[in-house]
Design a protein around this ligand. Structure first.
Ligand code: ZN
Length: 139
């Protein structure tokens, strides 16, 4: 009887240990999955119009619409329009109705991609004179 109880205790302890290990492993996996991307510090400086700038911190989640050289409330597809998306520390041109859409092909701008990008820290929409620059400051 006593031995049975001891065995049951041992079994329960093993189960607890197993659960603890499983939990720790799960916590590590979750941390890896949700760790912030490198480079969430910093900011994106958007240049438009006659030299106006708008600075958005890299950690922000934000969509910026620029139409005919001004910040617009929403996307309408009219005029010279650019839709810039900032999310998870990176920025990209989500929509643009410029002639060749080159700015949309420039991909995602973040500290990890600047080395590989032909335009480095910039996304450029030359026809609309809209520029996004990754800055190490702010954030
Ligand atoms: Zn463009």
């Amino acid at each position: 009887m006593e031995r049975n109880t001891a065995a049951a205790h041992r079994k329960r302890n093993l189960l607890l240990l197993g659960a603890a290990i499983l939990f720790a492993a799960l916590a590590v996996v979750l941390c890896l999955l949700f760790r912030p991307k490198t480079g969430v510090a910093g900011s994106f400086v958007i240049r438009y119009g006659d030299g106006q700038t708008l600075t958005v911190a890299a950690w922000e989640t934000r969509t910026v619409v620029i139409r005919d050289g001004r910040i617009a409330d929403e996307q309408t597809g009219e005029g010279d329009e650019n839709v810039i998306r900032i999310e998870h520390g990176e920025a990209w041109m989500e929509q643009a109705n410029c002639p060749h859409g080159e700015c949309m092909k420039q991909g995602r701008l973040n500290p990890d991609t600047v080395q590989k990008r032909p335009l480095g820290t910039w996304i450029v929409c030359a026809p609309h004179r809209v520029y996004i620059e990754l800055s190490e400051e702010g954030g």
